[in-house]
Design a protein. Structure first.
Ligand SMILES: Nc1ncnc2c1ncn2[C@@H]1O[C@H](COP(=O)(O)OP(=O)(O)O)[C@@H](O)[C@H]1O
Ligand SMILES: [Mg+2]
Length: 269
C-alpha cells in the first residue's frame, strides 16, 4: 500500500541532509499583490529518486519547479541544492522544457550535444557523449537528421538525450509528455524509467496525470490549489523489477491511482 508521510519539519535549522540533493524550505510565492501561488512549501527530494509534483492546473507546480531551477525568485523561503542556497540557475540542475526546445537548424547529434557546447566541452567529447545518449534513447542512425525529419516522439527522445548528456545531477521536467499521444507517452515513460535505472539522476517531474505519476515515481507530492500547499506525500510501493505492462495491471498501482483520485477530486469543480 502507499504510505503517506508528513512534510519534513525543519525547526529553523540550516543543516540539510546529504540524502536529499534538493531541499525546499518554507517557500511561498505571490505574483503581484494578490495571486498566492505557493504557501509555505517544505519538501525534500531524495538523491537518485524520481519525485513527482502532482495536482490540478493552477496549483503552482510550474512555479515551484522554476523556483527550484533558479529561474524565478520566491517571495519567501529558500531552496538548497547540495546543501547550498540557490541564487539562480546552475549547472547541477537542467530544466527540460515542455516542447524540449530543439534547435531546428541543428542535427540530432548537435542538438544532443548542445548543452555541452554551451559549457565549452571540446567537440570530440561532446560528440562521444551525444552518440552514447542517442544510442540509449534508441535513435542510433538518426545522428545527421534534423528535427523536422523526425516524429514528435523521436524529437522528445532527442530532448531527453540532451538532458541526460549534460552533467546535471538534477533534471527538472515540466509536463514533458503532455503534448504527445497516449502510445508515444507510454513508450516515453518506459524509456525514461529505463534511463534512470542506468543513470543516477534525481528527477523532479511535474504532471497532472495521476497514472503517469504513480507509474514513474518513487515519491509523489500532492499539491492543493489556491494557494498551492502540500496536501500529502505518497511513496507508491511498486516493484520496478516487473514489466511495464505488469506494473499497469499491478494491484498496488491501481489502488494507489484510485486513492489519489479520491483525494484530489475534491479540488476539482
Ligand atoms: N507570471 C505570472 N503572473 C501572475 N500569475 C501567475 C504567473 N504565473 C502563474 N501565475 C498564477 O499562479 C498560479 C499557479 O500557476 P502555475 O505555477 O503555472 O500552476 P500549475 O503549473 O500547477 O498549473 C495560477 O493561479 C496562475 O494563474
Ligand atoms: Mg504548469
Amino acid at each position: 500500500m502507499a504510505s503517506a508521510a508528513a512534510a519534513p519539519a525543519y525547526k529553523g535549522t540550516t543543516e540539510t541532509s546529504k540524502d536529499n540533493i534538493v531541499e525546499v524550505r518554507n517557500i511561498s510565492k505571490t505574483y503581484g499583490t494578490d495571486i498566492h501561488a505557493l504557501d509555505a512549501i517544505n519538501l525534500a527530494f531524495p538523491t537518485g529518486q524520481m519525485t513527482t509534483l502532482l495536482g490540478p492546473s493552477g496549483c503552482g507546480k510550474t512555479t515551484l519547479l522554476k523556483i527550484i531551477a533558479g529561474l524565478l525568485e520566491p517571495s519567501d523561503g529558500q531552496v538548497f541544492v547540495h546543501g547550498r542556497p540557490v541564487t539562480g540557475p546552475g549547472p547541477e540542475r537542467a530544466f527540460v522544457f515542455q516542447d524540449f526546445a530543439l534547435l531546428p537548424w541543428a542535427t540530432v547529434l548537435r542538438n544532443v550535444g548542445f548543452g555541452l557546447e554551451l559549457t565549452k566541452h571540446p567537440k570530440s567529447e561532446r560528440e562521444e557523449k551525444a552518440r552514447h545518449y542517442i544510442n540509449e534513447v534508441g535513435l542510433a542512425g538518426f545522428e545527421d537528421k534534423y528535427p523536422h525529419e523526425l516524429s514528435g516522439g523521436m524529437r522528445q527522445r532527442v530532448g531527453l538525450a540532451r538532458a541526460m548528456a549534460v552533467d546535471a545531477d538534477v533534471l527538472l521536467m515540466d509536463e514533458p509528455f503532455s503534448a504527445v499521444d497516449e502510445q508515444t507517452r507510454r513508450k516515453f515513460q518506459e524509456d525514461l524509467l529505463h534511463l534512470l535505472s542506468v543513470e543516477r539522476k534525481t528527477v523532479i517531474f511535474v504532471t497532472h496525470s495521476i497514472e503517469e505519476a504513480v507509474y514513474v515515481s518513487d515519491q509523489i507530492v500532492l499539491l492543493s490549489p489556491r494557494p498551492g500547499r502540500i496536501h500529502a506525500t505518497i511513496r507508491p510501493d511498486i516493484s520496478r523489477d516487473i514489466s511495464p505492462d505488469d506494473i499497469r495491471r499491478n494491484k498496488t498501482y491501481l489502488d494507489t491511482v484510485e486513492e489519489i483520485w479520491t483525494d484530489l477530486r475534491k479540488y476539482l469543480d
